[in-house]
Design a protein around this ligand. Sequence first.
Ligand code: ZN
Length: 272
Amino acid sequence: MIDYSKLCIHTVTTKAWDIWTAIEKFDAAGIGGITVWRQALDGQDIEKVGHTIRASNIEIVSLCRGGFFPAQHLGGLDAAIADNQQAVREAAELGAPMVVLVCGAIPGQSLQKSRDQIIAGIRAVLPVAESLGVKLAIEPLHPMYADDRSAINTMESANDVCDEIDHPLVGIALDVYHVWWDPNLEREIARCAAADRLFAYHICDWKTPTTDLLNDRGLMGEGCIDLPRMRKLVEKYGFTGFHEVEIFSDHWWSREPDSFLAEIQQSWNQHC
Ligand code: ZN
């Protein structure tokens, strides 16, 4: 019997299933954790979702996602802050300990200005996060998204932002898809862990060729990321949390989700 208690799946990975089906299927498969995407909660009784997940002995790892702070127009940052405060309240209602942040960027706006807005945005969300005890995890995104999805593109940059904000509730979600190529990865993981801020570990694979910037992620073992090395690195610096499978893929989404789930389990077991 293989132990899947440290395996977590993002609801977006199996997005054909509504939240209730996902809970049932993950539970039946012995999956230990779930990261809930906000769209899976649309129109649902969030507290009831949280209760149902806990009753199934599945741990709620995080709520995905907040962020997208940068804005060109007056009021845009305020709207983003309000939305992120709402995400934190939803996480608390669900019973999720953390909100993952895809921090945002605006094409044509300097990355430094976007970073300044991200820092201001996170600072403005922190009082709500503090009052509810919800952590905020900055996820550095691969530089190919620096134009419109995140101005924070390396672990180093995420560590710098965390240093500047300097708050125990603000840390980093490391996603192998975004950082596998980075020559300074070990140094920055060590720095992250030393500050006690390595909050999450997301896995998938990088396919060659990648045919879509967003929706062509690979299943673990399908691409070129050295996943055993990544695992050793995070564990070397003390990470003991979930391995969260987050796969956006038109290819995998077109497959029958039951067999996809079985393949996820098999590939995690073989390649991670
Ligand atoms: Zn991720």
